[in-house]
Design a protein around this ligand. Structure first.
Ligand code: SAH
Ligand code: MG
Length: 217
C-alpha cells in the first residue's frame, strides 16, 4: 500500500488555497490518488477552480510518477457568479468583469512547486471529454452541480477509467443541504453504483471513492 498522506508543505498549501474542500476530504482524495497512481495512468480532475484539490492530485502524481490533468473553463459555476452565495470578488478579471480563476490557479501551483506535474485543460468538460480517448487511473468529479453538468461529467469521463481505476465524487449529499450544493452529485453516485461498473471503496464527508470493477458505465 502506498504512503497515504501528502508532504506537510503541500498540506499547508492546500489549507491556504482558495477553494471548497475540507482537510478530511482532501486526505481521502490524496489517499485515493496514491492508490490509483499505482496503475501508472494519469489522474484527472473536473473542477480546477483555484487549484486547492489539484495540489493534492499533483503531489500524488509526483509520488507515483504520473501526470495530473485538470479541467475547467475557469469562468465559475452558477453559484460562484457575482451576487451568489459562493462568489469571491477576488476571482473577477478586473478588465473583463467576468470570473477568471486561471491566474490564481497558476499562482497556487507555482508557489507549491508542482507546475511540472499538472496539465491544465481549459474549456468545457463535455467538449474536452469528447476529444479524450486515453485511459485514466482516476477521475475526480468536482465540476458543475446541475444535473446537466454532473451527468455530462459522468458520461464523458467515467468510461475512460481503466479497470481497477477510481471514480471519486465530491459534494454527494443524500440529504439536501442548501439550494446551491444540490443533489445532482448524489444522483450521479446512485447512478454509478447502479451501473454495475463501480464498487464503493470509501466515504469521507461528501467524498465518495468507487473502484471500476466492471464494464457498462
Ligand atoms: N476542486 C475545487 C473546486 C471546484 S469548484 C476545489 O477543491 O476547491 C467547480 C469548478 O467547476 C468551477 O471552477 C467551475 O468553473 C467549474 N465548472 C463548472 N462547470 C464546468 C464545465 N461544464 N466545464 C468545465 N468546468 C466547469
Ligand atoms: Mg466540490
Amino acid at each position: 500500500m502506498a504512503a497515504s498522506t501528502p508532504a506537510p508543505e503541500i498540506l499547508a498549501a492546500f489549507e491556504a488555497a482558495k477553494g471548497f474542500m475540507p482537510v478530511d476530504e482532501g486526505l481521502a482524495l490524496y489517499a485515493a490518488a496514491r492508490t490509483a497512481g499505482l496503475l501508472g495512468l494519469p489522474l484527472l480532475e473536473i473542477g480546477t477552480y483555484c487549484g486547492r484539490s489539484t495540489l493534492l492530485l499533483a503531489d500524488a502524481a509526483r509520488a507515483s510518477g504520473v501526470t495530473a490533468l485538470t479541467v475547467d473553463h475557469h469562468r465559475g459555476s452558477e453559484e460562484q457568479q457575482p451576487g451568489w452565495d459562493y462568489h469571491d470578488p477576488g476571482t473577477v478579471d478586473p478588465e473583463l468583469g467576468v470570473m477568471d480563476t486561471l491566474p490564481e490557479f497558476r499562482r497556487t501551483l507555482h508557489r507549491a512547486g508542482l507546475e511540472d506535474r499538472v496539465v491544465a485543460l481549459v474549456g468545457r468538460s463535455p467538449v474536452i471529454a469528447r476529444l479524450w480517448t486515453a485511459p485514466l487511473g482516476l477521475v475526480f468529479v468536482d465540476g458543475g452541480h446541475t444535473d446537466e453538468h454532473a451527468n455530462a461529467d459522468y458520461e464523458g469521463w467515467a468510461p475512460r477509467i481503466a479497470d481497477g481505476g477510481l471514480l471519486v465524487l465530491h459534494d454527494v449529499f443524500p440529504d439536501p443541504v442548501d439550494e446551491f450544493t444540490g443533489q445532482a452529485p448524489h444522483r450521479v453516485h446512485l447512478r454509478a453504483l447502479a451501473s454495475g461498473a463501480f464498487t464503493q471503496v470509501s466515504a469521507t464527508g461528501s467524498l465518495r471513492v468507487l473502484r471500476r470493477t466492471g464494464p457498462g458505465v
